[in-house]
Design a protein around this ligand. Structure first.
Ligand code: ADP
Ligand code: G6P
Length: 458
């Protein structure tokens, strides 16, 4: 059997340290099952950067191999092109994007250097699988070095409509380079369709049907492969002693009153201020919830050196102060905003203690939190998921209460429906979602992509 080589900017950790981010969480599950090499960035900068020593660590069948970046790489590639240019554009926020040439050059440089460092580790029949928007160019760089292995790509975040992507300078070049992959996977069928449309309308390629596009002498399979979680494993986590302790602490605190839970990296794509305002609206429009219902928001800081991220955190702190100042009572705090991480066990226990899971991104590739919330519920008395139509997860979870996160009144009304939903309806909706996330879990997701890669690229 050929070896799996995964490439991503963030690598590991393989232990439950409470590091937030959907990509790493999903891949840990997959790599632990399949084994292989996982190559990427150490998360630190040094003077030698990617020319420095390769740091390796083997845990069971998984080998981690990581290299540093220089400060300039970090600024231009990671904080620059990846997170100031691509992230906003791919999340439909052209207004927040910074198109500095220096960033584009940094992106090209880091893709090339990382590919150069991986090259000597590759064996002839390795299957290479590159992840996410940091490494769109990776296959093109490997091909230029003569690598002929099968290479797949998966994008964990949305791929916008061609009308939006065309706002990115050199978008056509970026997409042309992506055709060096044999297979390109997206979170939803709509993202895949957006990519194929771009190939046809912007670079003169052909849509050959069955997901295949051709351009510049290459044929590539382009499809939606919605990512899953290790649902059974996560459900088990929710009953560990650690998780139970967290469930019990919350239950003691809220004393039978319902809690709404939000868990997100602090990011403008997550719709957090809109969410807080919708919660305020719930207290205004349905005053019977005052003194009873509370919102717990777990929000680990993310990319905080970027202005847009620092700003959103300030806004959330202000909104929390405003809403609590307006409604709090001696024995009730409406919003508990915690800008910190928890281990996955603790999170599972927190989800389980919460009557409503509130997941309202303005745009999100998938949103694993929605699936984790469902996996952590008690079958006999499950909570209700309120889910944004703009999360990739909405495509496969129609039994959630689907909302438009821009509508303050609409989200408040859905919260009220969730809080008053009869047990039988809660059970029916939950069971359908739970069965589906168990069937379409992280390992099924990876197996499907690798099977298609094998079948397609002979
Ligand atoms: P994104 O990939 O944009 O961060 P996802 O919802 O897909 O969004 O994935 C986030 C992952 O990070 C989930 O697995 C979630 O459990 C984890 N996570 C989010 N917040 C925290 C936190 N405070 N502590 C620990 N893990 C977190
Ligand atoms: C999302 C992206 C990942 C990224 C994660 C955390 O899940 O899809 O690629 O790793 O956010 O962001 P960070 O910038 O800390 O890696």
């Amino acid at each position: 059997m050929s070896r799996l080589v995964v490439v991503s900017n963030r690598v590991g950790p393989l232990k439950d340290t409470g590091k937030a981010g959907g990509l790493a969480v999903a891949l840990v599950d997959v790599l632990q099952e399949m084994g292989g090499l996982w190559f990427g960035w150490t998360g630190t900068t040094s003077d030698e950067g990617s020319f420095g020593p390769l740091q390796t660590e083997a845990v069971d069948t998984v080998t981690l191999a990581q290299i540093d970046m220089t400060q300039a790489d970090y600024d231009d590639f990671y904080a620059g092109y990846a997170n100031r240019t691509l992230w906003p554009v791919l999340h439909y926020r052209l207004d927040l994007a910074d198109f500095s040439r220096r960033y584009e050059e940094g992106y090209r440089r880091v893709n090339e250097r990382f590919a150069t460092r991986l090259r000597p580790m590759l064996k002839a029949d390795d299957v290479i699988w590159v992840q996410d928007y940091h490494f769109f160019n990776f296959a093109a760089e490997l091909r230029a070095m003569g690598v002929t292995n099968k290479i797949a790509f998966f994008l964990h975040i949305p791929f916008p409509a061609p009308e939006i992507l065309a706002g990115l300078p050199n978008a056509d070049q970026l997409v042309r380079r992506m055709l060096a992959y044999d297979l390109i996977g997206f979170q939803t069928s709509r993202d895949a369709e957006n990519f194929r449309r771009f190939v046809v309308s912007e670079i003169g390629g052909k849509d050959k049907g069955n997901g295949v596009v051709s351009a510049g002498g290459r044929e590539v399979l382009v499809r939606g492969y919605p990512i899953g979680i290790d649902a059974a494993g996560f459900a088990k986590l929710a009953t560990t002693p650690d998780a139970r302790r967290h469930t019990a602490r919350i239950e003691k605190l809220v004393g039978g009153r319902p809690q709404i839970i939000g868990v997100d990296r602090i990011d403008y794509s997550k719709g957090l201020p809109e969410r807080f305002r919708a919660f305020e609206r719930l207290l205004e429009d349905y005053p019977e919830n005052r003194g009873g219902v509370s919102l717990m928001q777990v929000a680990p800081p993310s990319r905080s050196e970027l202005d847009a991220y620092a700003e959103i955190r300030r806004e959330l702190e202000e909104l929390t102060g405003h809403i609590n100042g307006r409604f709090a009572d001696l024995d009730w705090t409406p919003i508990r905003f915690m800008a910190r991480s928890f281990t996955r066990r603790a999170l599972a226990g927190i989800y389980r203690a919460s009557r409503v899971g509130l997941v309202t991104p303005l745009r999100d590739g998938m949103n694993l939190v929605a699936k984790e919330y469902v996996a952590a519920q008690r079958a006999e008395d499950p909570g209700v998921l309120v889910l944004s139509r703009f999360a990739g997860a909405a495509e496969g979870m129609p039994e959630a209460l689907i909302v438009n996160p821009h509508s303050t009144e609409g989200v408040a009304a859905a919260l009220q429906t969730a809080l008053t939903m009869p047990l039988e309806e809660r059970r029916d909706r939950w069971q359908a979602m739970f069965d589906r996330i168990c069937a379409q879990d992280a390992s099924a997701w990876a197996r499907e992509i690798l099977r298609d890669l094998d079948a397609y690229s002979k």
